[in-house]
Design a protein around this ligand. Structure first.
Ligand code: IDP
Ligand code: MG
Length: 140
């Protein structure tokens, strides 16, 4: 399976602003197939574990506050070259630097509230997908 799956979250800002539908439409028309999806709210414990790699960064507390303030949509997506192609579809972390037409350019406010998550490697896609979904929640 390596190389053809990635993990995403539609973050609380995008959910609050009614962007679930348009973001899923962009994902679908870019050729990604949804193999797992759910609507949940992260606990502080979940968010701290998911973002543990950033625990020493100055924005960590802000990130945890943001990611737990409301519901998210999490999903596993399938496509050839999924990780790289999905990072291209979402654009730069800072939406001001994101390319025209990318999800973050269209729907994100700033570097913190940036609408979507996308895994940065095949290894992290697998770890992050398993963090959010049990085996029987994933289409195989
Ligand atoms: P990525 O989401 O593009 O992979 P990362 O550097 O992994 O970016 O950062 C994870 C998340 O942390 C970002 O998506 C964003 O929500 C938040 N974040 C990153 N840098 C900053 C910052 O400088 N201020 C506030 N939040 C930030
Ligand atoms: Mg990242």
């Amino acid at each position: 399976m390596a190389g053809n799956r990635t993990f995403t979250m539609i973050k609380p800002d995008a959910v609050e602003n009614g962007h679930i539908g348009p973001i899923l439409a962009k994902i679908s028309s870019a050729g990604f197939r949804i193999v797992a999806m759910k609507f949940t709210q992260l606990s502080r414990r979940d968010a701290r574990e998911f973002y543990a790699i950033h625990k020493d960064r100055p924005f960590f507390n802000e990130l945890i506050q943001f990611m737990t303030r409301g519901p998210i949509v999490s999903a596993i997506l399938e496509k050839d070259n999924a990780v790289e192609d999905f990072r291209a579809l979402i654009g730069s972390t800072n939406p001001q630097e994101a390319a025209e037409g990318t999800i973050r350019k269209l729907y994100a406010k700033d570097i913190g509230e940036n609408a979507v998550h996308g895994s940065d490697s095949d290894e992290n896609a697998s770890i992050e997908g398993a963090f959010h979904f049990s085996g029987r929640e994933i289409y195989s």
